[in-house]
Design a protein around this ligand. Structure first.
Ligand SMILES: Nc1nc2c(c(=O)[nH]1)N[C@H]1C(S)=C(S)[C@@H](COP(=O)(O)O)O[C@H]1N2
Ligand SMILES: [Mo]
Length: 212
């Protein structure tokens, strides 16, 4: 007996609720594909840092961090999932350690080229499976897949993983700053396994209505 959805995903693989398998990820992003020269690239961690200053990293700073590999499925909020993408790069937690948040900070806004951004929780960046991926299947990322670096957070919907990542800002609790999709009614946390798609599902939001 084969699958009925046309994909070649094994029958025993678990999908988050409301998702279906696609054989390959669909290339998706808002706006043009940037081409970044590593010598002019910088990664900044700012906002509510522990020491109150912005930390800037050059490509060579981050390239010196220990490389980890994570095999993870992608879960797009438009309901497709793709199996077993093999990403590698430094852990977000290692950069967080170099530029930590102030003690009472729980939220971050991660950002990319051209103003794309997403809200995340500091805990999501601390996951050992959260990578600042520079490689896919052992090859440097293609431009359209996010070169030179994209954020991979396997348990969240993939809009939470900016391609062409350039850094993050720590946010004080209750900050009104929202990312690209969060401004358009999507969930601040975005856990695919809890099906946190829309802002109206957030705690404290009125059911069925946008909360911003
Ligand atoms: N910078 C940036 N990153 C982005 C997006 C975007 O619009 N801009 N879209 C996200 C969404 S919604 C998805 S599903 C994935 C798609 O990744 P892929 O193109 O590698 O399949 O990229 C994510 N990262
Ligand atoms: Mo997506």
């Amino acid at each position: 007996m084969g699958r009925t959805d046309g994909s070649d995903a094994p029958l025993d693989r678990v999908l988050p609720p409301g998702q279906h398998w696609r054989s390959e990820p669909e290339l998706m992003h808002y706006g043009p594909v940037p081409r970044v020269r590593p010598e002019r690239w910088a990664f900044t961690v700012g906002g509510a840092t522990a020491d109150g200053v912005e930390h800037a990293f050059q490509w060579t700073d981050l390239a010196g961090l220990e490389v980890h590999e994570v095999v993870a499925d992608m879960h797009c909020a438009t309901r497709w999932s793709a199996l077993d993408q093999r990403w590698s790069g430094p852990r977000a937690s290692d950069v967080l350690e170099l530029a930590p948040p102030a003690p009472d900070v729980h939220q971050v806004l991660v950002f990319a080229e051209f103003g794309y951004a997403a809200n995340l929780e500091v805990d999501d960046l601390l996951s050992p499976r959260t990578l600042l991926a520079t490689h896919l299947d052992g090859e440097p990322l293609a431009h359209e897949r996010g070169a030179p670096m994209r954020l991979i957070v396997p348990h969240l919907y993939t809009w939470k993983g900016p391609k062409w990542l350039r850094g993050w800002n720590y946010l004080a609790d209750g900050s009104p700053e929202l990312g690209f999709w969060e401004q358009r009614g999507y969930h601040r946390h975005g856990d695919a396994w809890r099906q946190e798609r829309y802002a109206y599902q957030e705690e404290g939001a009125r059911p069925g209505e946008p909360n911003n």
